[in-house]
Write a protein that binds this ligand. Structure first.
Ligand code: SIN
Length: 322
């Protein structure tokens, strides 16, 4: 970008509670997500009148209903805007429920050298004290911060890296945690205080364009099911999945194992049977912190530190390559 070019921001809306509306101002749970246009959310944030902004409504959904088509539309728009030299950063408004999966997807595919900042809210726009406007304002500060890069989630004044962030609380206005890694930094009165370095980016223009193209042209993601091991578990669900293997085109299973990725005996037998029939099996830990610590006797490949939901997406993306 030359010195005369204006640094623009892009704000992409996908829905979520940040765009939610309830019938009563004191109702923080009985609202409908994805109702308010992203242009109206942008109009509420003074920080966004200080720089040129392009605003696009990519989707208007509750993020629990995320589907491949929305991910494809979002990834395509993010990639296109990242290629514009005048764009300094991108902010995405998104529901909190699957924001960690979208963040993981975008970081894995794009590894952007500019900031791509997902933000959200836990209270609808109609709440007595909506948290969305402050979160959006903080996201703008991150997206305009010199040197910021990679995909991050900004909520409640904290900046989380895409690979580590997980939603850990269903109601609190600070519902995310970055586990052992910790947050990247925080935003205080539009100033950033950083504790860790930004997510790794690919040198300008060297992200895996083929991987992005595979996602964009896929009619469906390979079917990867996520199941839990628990007390009194057995292998019935896996055997039922295998029974429908051909019809359901089952390609992979991620099992959220107990503790260090251990799996109930009967479930493990069924998972081995799945492997033998060509289904890829990966084990993650159902623990909120830490990762499966690999060891030579582990019966199943582990998720390399990814949470169960991110491991499911990672396996689907890997199988898409096959
Ligand atoms: C959603 O994920 O779209 C609804 C819940 C939220 O944003 O908190």
């Amino acid at each position: 970008m030359n010195a005369n070019q204006v640094r623009r921001l892009v704000v992409l809306g996908t829905g979520g509670t940040i765009a939610g509306r309830a019938a009563q101002a004191n109702d923080n749970v009985g609202y409908v997500a994805g109702q308010v246009a992203v242009s109206d959310l942008v109009a509420m944030v003074p920080a966004l009148s200080a720089c040129p902004v392009d605003v696009e409504q990519v989707a208007q959904i509750n993020s629990k209903d995320m589907v491949l088509g929305v991910w494809q539309a979002l990834a395509a728009r993010v990639a296109a805007h990242l290629d514009r030299p005048e764009v300094a950063g991108i902010v995405i408004t998104h529901g909190t429920d699957t924001i960690e999966e979208t963040a993981y997807l975008l970081q894995t595919l794009l590894r952007p050298s500019k900031p791509v900042v997902l933000t959200c809210a836990m209270r609808p726009s109609t709440a007595l004290v909506p948290d969305g406007p402050q979160n959006l304002s903080d996201a703008v500060a991150v997206a305009l911060h010199p040197g910021a890069q990679g995909v991050v989630v900004v909520c409640a004044g904290r900046i989380h890296g895409a690979m580590d962030v997980a939603k850990v609380h269903p109601y609190a206005t600070d519902p995310f945690d970055s586990g052992d890694a910790g947050v990247l930094g925080c935003v205080e009165e539009a100033q950033l205080r950083m504790f860790r370095s930004w997510p790794q980016s690919a040198p300008e223009g060297t992200h895996d364009a083929a991987a992005l193209q595979r996602l964009l042209s896929a009619a469906a993601l390979p079917r990867v099911e996520l199941i839990f091991s628990h007390a009194n578990a057995d292998g019935e669900v896996v055997r039922a999945l295998l029974g429908h293997h051909a019809a359901a085109r089952l390609s992979g299973i991620v099992v959220a194992g107990t503790g260090n990725g251990t799996v109930h005996d009967d479930l493990l037998r069924a998972l081995k049977q799945a492997q033998a029939s060509g289904v890829e099996v990966v084990v993650a830990s159902r623990c909120a912190f830490g990762r499966v610590v690999p060891h030579s006797a582990q019966p199943l490949p582990d998720s390399a530190g990814l949470s169960p939901v991110k491991a499911r997406l990672a396996l689907a993306l890997r199988l898409l390559e096959a």
